[in-house]
Design a binder for this molecule. Structure first.
Ligand code: ADP
Ligand code: GLC
Length: 493
């Protein structure tokens, strides 16, 4: 059997750099793929905030390379570390360039809360640097597994720009869509900086309403496209609502598009092993969960009452996540006997909304604006219910983590939320959570009302928690699917 050599390229990788679920995936899936015998290596930008000592990051000797960006020659080099896997190491490479990456944020300037104006150049450089540096590594991947728009140009470079270069000829690409709403849309003047010839600036190529679209490049030029749940794979082909203007090109590539559901890393996200929560627990001693609830509620300076349900939410503060529904439903929701706790970073308008809710309903609402892994774990462990009323959701990880923590999810029945949560049935007591379909505030309120009714029936609720805790979304099954896909793309057994 051929040994697979895979380079996994991502702009975020846990534990080095994270804004959302892409980092969780890029930090966990490669390890699981490695366990199945592939030589998989990860590559990401060397952001200035990544602590070199903590992660034991070192220089790769003689790795200096040059990338031509328009008129300019930009120098870079490679650094390396590894992710431990029970003693086996997954190599991690970092593309180093101070000018592009030595900053406080990944995509957004933390001081102004707006995108870096040179994000196009930063990820053009990242994509080209990856290809340049391969020639220096003494290791050549069979496949470059690209993720989201930040790496969308790699398939185009391989299929087009470098197609006559012997070294790259047999490298295949897989492009995984984690979020179709962020496409990497840039002015066409950047074509020359990207070093891409104008003959691909067409409707079949990288052009999108007279602009460059990096996500589209990934979809069009990769050998296979994947997304992170089967349901989302269907949705993005079906309408502009989910396809964000790329539904046509996705339909065109449908025979090479597959949805593989993300998994959870239960080494990190399991109440039995979680080092970040006050009290570990499992389905066997589920009553101990309340110790985390008390710690959570007190951490947010709310009055604690064991019998009042706590609804938690951990989320990027973005249109995707359904905060406009929460805003519209707020007055109704606050009539219920419950408390809500929010952790989020992102758009000012939603920061203001949450701050307003905290001010208007003091004993009921707790808010932390910012990014905090510790609080994320405490909310998973301490809440009774987890809310994800997303407008769209490619996969979603927090609902999957919530199931393991016995924190019953209320979700909108779309994308990965539909694929990972089963609606509770009062007759059979089967199901793992609560779902609503219509994107309106009354459907959300109805779902919360129903959940709170079930909550009052203690035996039913405990059964429901246990149903969720029994679910197994570990990465193994998904990793097997990726391995099968790699072999299919390479036409090897
Ligand atoms: P998305 O990738 O769309 O943001 P996911 O549900 O796939 O949504 O993944 C979100 C990940 O980011 C989870 O691991 C979640 O715990 C984490 N996360 C999101 N916001 C925060 C925050 N403010 N602080 C800490 N972790 C966060
Ligand atoms: C994206 C999606 C989210 C998904 C994550 C990891 O950020 O919004 O649904 O879980 O990527 O694939």
């Amino acid at each position: 059997m051929k040994k697979l050599n895979i380079l996994y390229a991502s702009s975020e990788v846990e534990p080095f750099a994270k804004t959302g679920g892409l980092a969780d995936v890029a930090g966990s899936l490669p390890r699981e793929i490695k366990k199945l015998g592939a030589d998989i290596r990860i590559i990401l930008p060397h952001y200035g905030f990544i602590d070199e000592q903590t992660h034991k990051i070192t220089e790769v000797p003689s790795s200096e390379f040059e990338v031509t960006l328009g008129e300019q020659i930009v120098k870079g080099s490679l650094k390396q570390a590894s992710l431990d896997l029970n003693g086996k190491q997954v190599p991690v490479y970092f593309i180093h360039n101070d000018n592009f990456y030595n900053r406080g944020g990944i995509y957004v300037n933390p001081i102004t809360n707006s995108d870096y104006p040179d994000n196009a150049e930063r990820f053009i450089f990242f994509s080209r640097a990856i290809l340049q540096v391969l020639k220096k590594l003494g290791w050549k991947p069979d496949i470059i597994h690209c993720n989201d728009w930040q790496t969308g140009l790699i398939p185009l470079y391989l299929k087009h720009t470098y197609k006559d270069d012997e070294f790259y000829k047999d490298i295949e690409t897989i492009f995984t869509i984690h979020n179709l709403a962020y496409q990497g849309l840039f002015d066409k003047d950047l074509m020359s900086i990207a070093g891409i010839s104008w003959d691909v600036f067409t409707i079949d190529g990288i052009e999108f309403y007279d602009r460059m679209n990096f996500m589209k490049a990934g979809i069009v030029y990769s050998d296979y496209v994947t997304t992170v749940s089967p349901k989302y794979a269907e949705e993005i082909c079906s309408s502009v609502e989910y396809g964000y203007g790329l539904e046509g090109v996705l339909v065109y590539r449908k025979s090479k598009l597959i949805g593989i559901l993300n998994g959870a890393d239960y080494g990190i996200w399991s109440p039995l092993k979680d080092e970040l929560i006050p009290q570990k627990y499992s389905a066997r001693n589920i009553a101990k969960k309340v110790i985390n609830k008390k710690a959570l509620v007190e951490k947010f300076n709310l009055p604690f009452n064991e019998n009042i349900p706590v609804i938690g939410m951990i989320s990027r503060l973005a249109d995707q996540k359904g905060f406009d529904l929460i805003e519209a439903a707020a007055d109704e929701l606050m009539k219920f006997d419950m408390q809500m706790i929010f952790l989020g970073a992102g758009d000012y308008k939603y920061q203001n909304l949450l701050e307003r809710m905290r001010k208007n309903y003091p004993p009921k609402v707790g808010v932390h604006i910012g990014f905090s892994n510790e609080l994320a774990h405490l909310i998973e462990a301490g809440s009774d219910i987890f809310l994800m009323p997303s407008k769209y959701e490619p996969c979603g990880l927090n609902q999957i983590y919530s199931l393991k923590y016995g924190t019953v999810p209320i979700v909108r029945a779309i994308g990965g939320l539909e694929d990972s949560v089963e609606h509770y049935n009062t007759e059979t007591k089967s199901g793992t959570g609560f779902k609503f379909f219509d994107y309106d505030h009354s459907s959300l309120t109805d779902a919360v009302r129903f959940a709170l009714e079930v909550y009052r029936d203690k035996p039913a609720w405990i059964q429901l928690m246990k149903n969720g805790m029994k679910q197994d979304f570990s990465w193994k099954a998904s990793a097997k699917k990726y391995i099968a896909l790699y072999r299919k793309v390479l036409r090897v057994n």
